[in-house]
Every structure is written in C-alpha cells, then in structure tokens.
Design a protein around this ligand. Sequence first.
Ligand code: CO
Length: 135
Amino acid sequence: MLTNVEHIGIAVRDIATSNELFTRLLNVAPYKSETVESENVTTSFFRVNQTKIELLEATSPDSPIAKFLEKKGEGIHHLAFEVDDIHAEMERLKKEGFILLNETPKRGADNKLVCFLHPKGTNGVLVELCQEIKE
Ligand code: CO
C-alpha cells in the first residue's frame, strides 16, 4: 500500500550551491548528506514538518542525474511514495502493467529500500517507491 509522499527529488548541478539555496528557501539546514555509490549521486535531505526534499547531484558523467540534467536541466526529478511492503507493491504495479526499473528492491539513500517505475508509463513522472529499512 502507498501511504504518503515520502519526498520529492530535485536534480541540481552543484549541491553545495543548492544546499545554500534550499537552506534559505526552507529556513532549515539539510539533516543528512549521503553519497549513493551504486547510483553515482550525492544527495542531501531537508525536512519541513512531514515534507522531505532530496537534492541530487551527479558524481560521474554516467550517473542517471547527469543524463537527466543534460536532457532536461535542473528541476524536479522524481516523486517518492512511501510504501508499507515494497515487494507487494512492486508485484501489484507490475500486474497493472507498469514498468519497474529494477526487478528487486535496491538500497537507496536515507536508509530505504527503493524501486523506480519507468516514466514512460507514468505520464513522464519518475516514481520511486521506498520503504524504510528496519534493522
Ligand atoms: Co528519492
């Protein structure tokens, strides 16, 4: 089951500059900064009440973020929904005909298991499913 929008991902060219910008915009400093080696991205997270914003910067030219910036420029990159059971939700969406970008959940930023849906099937919106890893 999808529960709520967990965060909104924004692709940026320079995360240091954008950290400053979003700190001024949201009036709060990022609570976390993290590099996800498997995705070649550096992320930082801001939280305003229930709402989280994830900034993403490419760490290499073959990063999905580098490709996105090249094609579309800076801006909203993905919409992330929290789910209570990522395996069940992936199964359900697959049956509904959505294209999953990974067949098994992978470890994303901010201690989450994640799966992305192809934007081709979702009106151009890259959708992320995420579930908190509880250990
Ligand atoms: Co995300």
